[in-house]
Design a protein around this ligand. Structure first.
Ligand code: NAD
Length: 321
């Protein structure tokens, strides 16, 4: 049985992936500092270290106490807007702390890593769908911190380390009794569902004058369960082929902000009042993944649709309210 270290395993995507790894008979260890993750997301039978990756001596302790075969690295800060106000915070956690992790991996001869990258590495794309070869000019420091770490991973090939960078588009939905919870929440679907629950009075739409059919931004929404499956396949690829890859993880389909709100109205039966507001800086009009490469290499395709995304998220939000 292979042992996988999951950093950020108490967070949203990490915890879903941990559950799927256990179902696939991996032995799992989790590191999380509970900046955003929560204890209840950690299965009882899983060994857990509440440590911060910015502290290299704590990472060394985890590697000294365990025989680790590969790492799945989710931990980091995720809010692009915040990165524009506090770049140090993002480079320190998303880049420097990751470098600590890589150093200890090399010291312990652990040379396989799956990394949570992001569509934000592409910035404002020249084309949609976006392929892995599209230009990478991030428009925020969050995207830069992630792209920088991708480049560091490539440098670590010198040590024989292989990486799979999964560039997620908009993660959403819920499974395994877990769900999406960020502090503060900035993602569209949980915010819209908060209105249906009465936790917010309305949802704000940032920009209704984009060059899209209804004037609102278009994004590629990918169910967290589909994302988790991509990680299991990435680990199998590293075990069997041991080659590095950069892969988009999206559906290849886009939905506008208004379409998402309408779908939430349909699923929840709530009118969900929306207020139209001006554009936010740095929001690209359309971000849709080309999912061809991951389909070719892993035979992976998203299985869930928008209905299952919103319904699963709604079930979870109602339970945790
Ligand atoms: N949610 C999305 O739509 C999305 C899209 C693209 C990429 N990503 C990337 O996926 C990863 C996971 O995202 P998420 O939505 O699950 O976020 P999340 O905040 O729920 O999970 C991140 C986890 O990392 C932990 N963490 C943060 N800094 C740490 C540190 N220094 N040491 C130890 N633990 C630390 C947090 O406590 C949290 O549990 C992130 O790296 C994010 O950039 C997410």
């Amino acid at each position: 049985m292979k042992t996988i270290l999951v950093t950020g395993g108490a967070g949203y995507i990490g915890s879903h992936t941990v559950h799927l790894l256990l179902e696939n008979n991996y032995n799992v260890l989790i590191i999380d500092n509970f900046d955003n993750g929560v204890q209840k997301n950690i299965p009882e039978n899983v060994k857990f270290y509440q440590i911060d990756l910015r502290n290299i001596s704590d990472i060394r302790k985890v590697f000294s106490e365990n025989q680790i075969d590969a790492v799945v690295h989710f931990s980091g800060y995720i809010e692009a807007g915040e990165s524009m106000a506090d770049p140090y915070k993002f480079y320190n956690n998303n880049t420097f702390a990751g470098l600590n992790l890589l150093k200890v991996m090399i010291e312990h001869n652990v040379k396989k890593i799956v990394f949570s990258s992001t569509a934000a590495v592409y910035g404002e794309p020249e084309e949609n769908p976006i392929t892995e070869n599209s230009k990478k000019i991030p428009t925020n420091f969050y995207g830069s911190s992630k792209l920088m770490f991708e480049n560091i991973l490539d440098s670590f090939e010198v040590y024989g380390m292989k990486n799979i960078c999964l560039r997620y588009f908009n993660a959403c939905g819920a499974a395994f009794g877990l769900g999406e919870e960020h502090k503060p929440e900035t993602h569209l679907i949980p915010l819209v569902l908060d209105v249906a629950l009465g936790k917010r009075e309305h949802i704000k739409i940032f920009g209704t004058d984009y060059q899209t059919l209804d004037g609102t931004c278009i994004r590629d929404y990918i169910h967290v369960l589909d994302l988790a499956k991509a990680h299991v396949l990435a680990l199998k690829h590293l075990e069997e082929k041991n080659t590095s890859l950069k892969l988009n993880v999206g559906t290849g389909k886009g939905f506008s902000v208004k379409e998402i709100i309408d779908k939430c109205r349909e699923v929840t039966g709530h009118p969900i009042p929306a207020i139209e507001s001006s554009r936010r800086d740095g929001d690209p009009t359309t971000l849709v993944a080309s999912a061809e490469k991951i389909k070719d290499i892993f035979n992976w395709e998203s299985q869930e649709d928008l209905n299952s995304i919103i319904s699963s998220a709604w079930e979870w939000h109602k339970k945790t309210f």
